[in-house]
Write a protein that binds this ligand. Sequence first.
Ligand SMILES: Cc1cc2nc3c(=O)[nH]c(=O)nc-3n(C[C@H](O)[C@H](O)[C@H](O)COP(=O)(O)O)c2cc1C
Ligand code: SF4
Length: 517
Amino acid sequence: MKIYVPRDAAALGVGADQTAEGIVAEARRRGIAIELIRNGSRGLLWLEPLVEVDVGGTRMAYGPVQAQDVAGLFDADFASGKPHALSHGATAEVPYLKKQERLTFARVGITDPRSLEDYKEHGGYRGLAAALTQKPADIVASVTASGLRGRGGAAFPAGIKWKTVLSTPGAQKYIVCNADEGDSGTYSDRMLMEGDPFVLIEGMTIAGLATGATQGYIYLRWEYPQAKTALEAAIAAAATAGFLGQNIQGSGKAFELEVRMGAGAYICGEETSLLESLEGKRGQVRFKPPLPAIEGLWGKPTVINNVITFASVPIILDRGAEFYQHFGMGRSRGTLPMQLAGNIKQGGLVEIAFGMTLRELLYDFGGGSFSGRPIRAVQVGGPLGAYHPESQFDTPLDYEAFAAIKGMLGHGGIVAFDDSVDMAAQARYAMEFCAIESCGKCTPCRIGSTRGVEVIDRLIAGENSAQQEAILRDLCETLTYGSLCALGGLTPYPVISALNHFPQDFVKPSRASSAAG
Ligand SMILES: Cc1cc2nc3c(=O)[nH]c(=O)nc-3n(C[C@H](O)[C@H](O)[C@H](O)COP(=O)(O)O)c2cc1C
Ligand code: SF4
């Protein structure tokens, strides 16, 4: 009898360890032999801890299962997939999962993240096998043809970056994975690293083969201890099996990989600050050029990509660029793992081809707000993303469509707010976030964000509002055009979108009525 209980941090946070211990103890008490597998999360976060039982090859879902529910599940004979108040039928048939198009997350929640054998049985390392038969330029050409764009936020074509590193001479080149995942409401990197670490390792190894880089680093945020454990176990298993090391699968090609922990700063997710931090320095943005692809880590040609970007590569090499290219719309090809968070009924991970609308995501998947009140605003793309009002909910999830409404998809984080939200407070929060997280290298961001908070405070207090609003807009323009990096450059997105779409929140009712009186 196989029982699956996630070891994912989100599941642990709601008692998955206690549930797992309860299952083991109850099975022992009843003399039932079980095999307990600690899998990744399926991404149905509102059902965590989600327990699955294998019934004749079909996995049946029960959730959320707390330790105190375990005896009742055994009484109801859940081992045979029998109904129970917590049962959801076959996991694969749960609509939230069934409607998804999981390419990058194909194995997450399904396999045992600690088992290389399980990974290979589910199609793992087929991409690397294909890459080992190809010339570096052909691997790069496949990634370019797939249309894969960076999933960390800027959506730069991965193949073009790889081509630059391939064509830049260098005795030593590096592959760096950006696993800093600092955006609010995002967790796809973490879920992937905890649930299927081998796919990231495989993707980075392919990047090494494609560009001639022999050393890789995963720069992991320190808040992800479970991901660290999962990655280190997987790296050790891959090395033992000859998938990492000096002679990958007898090819004579080398690729070594290490995990390095960040110290906890949003700016260390910005690629040049990340490199500084990896080199042991304070995380501060570098001037560009030179691009990291030409002079990156320790001045050497370096590919830096996000976790999801690398993890999308194995399937491209395995199934072909055309297969991947077939998903999506416009210049946004493939799938994006969207992460639903905030005031939402069914929060979780939704991997789907680009093109679905924000409304479909919020209501067909998310089920509307958690509070049951109308969703009033949605911040898409992390703390630097715009706040979108209901009138923009029919925008398709596509990089260009969001850019056209002065927003961005970023890393796919979606944070929903109901009609009790105060958007002036949100605007202030966005500006304050910039002030707190600024690396201090350039004046518009370092000084401008602090002055910006003061201006918003005066605006909200009703002190000469028209003038304060004009100053705020002017300041935001300076931040947009004068900042060295996107922290200062994009902070105006949430601030100005709040001001433009929700101007009434910047005029407090008491002031409005006293002004009218
Ligand atoms: C302030 C700031 C924070 C960032 N944080 C992250 C992050 O946490 N993870 C990430 O992958 N990219 C982050 N980025 C984007 C990176 O600079 C870079 O574009 C990315 O690592 C490139 O990989 P990709 O092309 O695969 O997206 C951040 C950028 C800025 C300006
Ligand atoms: S915009 Fe802010 S975070 Fe970026 S370089 Fe300037 S001071 Fe640093």
